[in-house]
Write a protein that binds this ligand. Sequence first.
Ligand code: PEP
Length: 259
Amino acid sequence: VQPRRSIVAGNWKLNPATLTEATTLLRLLKANFENHRDASSATEVVVFPPFPFLGVAVQELQGTGIQVGCQTIGTHEQGAFTGEVAPSMIQSMGVTYVMLGHSERRTLFGESDTAVNNKLQLCLAQRGLQVILCVGETLQEYETNLLASVVDVQLKKALVGVSSQDVLERIVVAYEPVWAIGTGKTATPSQAQAAHEAVRATLTALYGSHVAQGVRIQYGGSVTPDNIDALMAQPDVDGALVGGASLTADSFTRIVDGG
Ligand code: PEP
């Protein structure tokens, strides 16, 4: 089995407030990454700015090896769907990743497992796009030992109709316990490892162990430069999805570099 290349992603959410601030953050990232990295460096790096800043992100990050992704996508490819954004549009701008199923999309915007699956199919139909698929349990589900079954159902419903080749080559799973997102509470390394084992067990049941062993699983939930090393030391933790700490160029860079 090939070793899995680690992947660190920054989810900017609805930040920053202006194009000027976004450009500043992008330039600071560019300065950090230009100095000592190239596209073949060990860790794959992706940032997920809000839609209006995707174009400038692609421009500013050219030559840094940092890829650009968007935080969700619409449900159609073209036509009379006012307000929507299509995979072909963002792909044609140089965006290479789409994040799907983030818990904020699920809880605040009513995104169902079926919607996540539809969007995933739409993204996979667009050559050149990869997907970070987010799953994770709430605090109540965690406390009642439902972690494995919640994650199992979310994955199975999201992956309906998705080929093993696409899962292996184009999908990264982000395990994000909802109780750890933006709360300053982090899963302990052993809690994260156990959850990632559960994710891999579902992938094994669906696609067999060759595929399951090849899929990268990120941990997300209050990741900082101080806790990244212990999380990454776990055998099934292949990277991180970083929210708050990705809004500061130096902390994000330190997370990519390891503590
Ligand atoms: C996230 O939004 O995916 C996330 C993990 O946020 P934070 O790092 O701020 O908890």
